[in-house]
Structure formats: C-alpha cells, structure tokens
Design a protein. Structure first.
Length: 47
C-alpha cells in the first residue's frame, strides 16, 4: 500500500510550478501563495 502511494505521489509530482508552490508555502503564508497561484493561472489561461 505504501509503495503504491509513493509511486502515485512521484508520478503526479513533476511540474516545476508544483514544486515552487510547495517551496513558497513553506516560507510564505498559504493564503498569499494560493492567491499568487490563482492570479498566475488566470493570467496564463486568460491570455
């Protein structure tokens, strides 16, 4: 069971933006990080 969890976790973690979001969430308040992700995604998909 643990091996399956680790395999799926590693398979889903590959995007640089996800790694950056995790890194920012450890240093900055979570609400600010989520707001930044929301604005970035909006601008990326809106333009």
């Amino acid at each position: 069971m643990l091996q399956a969890f680790i395999l799926v976790f590693i398979a889903e973690m590959g995007d640089k933006t996800q790694i950056l979001a995790i890194a920012f969430a450890t240093k900055y308040p979570v609400k600010k990080v989520l707001l930044g992700i929301l604005i970035g995604a909006f601008l990326n998909h809106g333009i």
